[in-house]
Ligand binder design. Structure first.
Ligand SMILES: C[S@@+](CC[C@H](N)C(=O)[O-])C[C@H]1O[C@@H](n2cnc3c(N)ncnc32)[C@H](O)[C@@H]1O
Length: 260
């Protein structure tokens, strides 16, 4: 693969590359079938298309799980169409996925949740209580607000802030905070990259490996000395944490802790 093509691919999110390669495989196979006059059944066309898309994706360097998705994509499409489901079904599913996952295709940070054990471990990492003084905490990508509402309930001397990009998790957490009467807790719909981390004593993130380097640079630039940066599960390459804390949950999740 030429250097120019490689650097173009590096700039695109994997989901867009996958879609382009699917389209390329589809077009290639359609043109070849037309030119050669070979009649392919829809299923055979789908399997060949999936195979070609998988090969192209392998050559483009997509991760392993994309190869499975690429192989199954067109066969699954043909199968779904053969079920004769009403078009509204697809629209409804699309809208639900959109409001839950929103810009995941770009951020590469999907929605999943910290366990209750992680919430409890975080309690131990909050600043010691000081009479008459509140500490500040932010959850970057706060999902449906589980971390925030748990901590807001057990440590009332904290001011808890969440920022969430996806609409449905944001609305859910907003409602959860309202209905739960958490006066020391608020959530904002927006991007974590627009938050000033200098406003917080504890910064918590549970994202994915993709944004960690950039987030670390942001934390270095903005966080005050003496504050704490905590990442659930995802470390920062070449910057080992001062402390780690592994909890006994389903995935044996580890908290990575940096004292800034
Ligand atoms: C793995 S979930 C973590 C949810 C919650 N913090 C927890 O620990 O249970 C990551 C969340 O970050 C959100 N997210 C991803 N990129 C974001 C961004 N740039 N700005 C704000 N939220 C983002 C996703 O929508 C998702 O809800």
């Amino acid at each position: 693969m030429s250097d120019k093509l490689r650097s173009l691919l590096d700039k695109l999110p994997p989901a867009i590359i996958a879609l382009l390669l699917q389209a390329a495989a589809f077009a290639c196979l359609l043109l070849t079938a037309r030119a050669s006059g070979i009649q392919l059944s829809p299923l055979m066309f789908a399997v060949l298309c999936g195979t070609l898309a998988t090969v192209l994706s392998r050559l483009a360097g997509l991760a392993k799980w994309w190869l499975i998705i690429q192989f199954l994509f067109i066969p699954a499409l043909i199968l779904m169409l053969s079920l004769g489901l009403p078009p509204n079904f697809f629209l409804i599913v699309f809208v639900i996925l959109l409001v839950v996952y929103w810009s995941t295709f770009r951020t590469q940070v999907p929605l999943y949740f910290s366990s209750r054990r992680i919430w409890q471990a975080l309690e131990l990492l909050l600043p010691a209580p000081v009479t008459g003084k509140n500490f500040t905490f932010i959850d970057l990508g706060s999902g449906i607000g589980g971390v925030l509402t748990h901590l807001a309930g057990v440590r009332k001397d904290g001011l808890y802030h969440g920022v969430e990009a996806a609409p449905l998790p944001y609305w859910w957490s907003w409602l959860r905070i309202r209905l739960g009467g958490y006066a020391n807790c608020q959530v904002q719909w927006g991007s974590l990259w627009d938050c000033n981390l200098g406003n917080y004593d504890v910064v918590f993130a549970y994202l994915s490996p993709v944004p960690m380097d950039e987030l670390w640079q942001k934390a270095l630039l903005e966080m005050r000395p003496g504050t704490v940066f905590i990442s659930n599960t995802f470390a920062v390459a070449d910057h080992p944490p001062q402390q780690t804390f592994t909890v006994d949950d389903l995935h044996h999740s580890t908290l990575y802790i940096w004292y800034m």
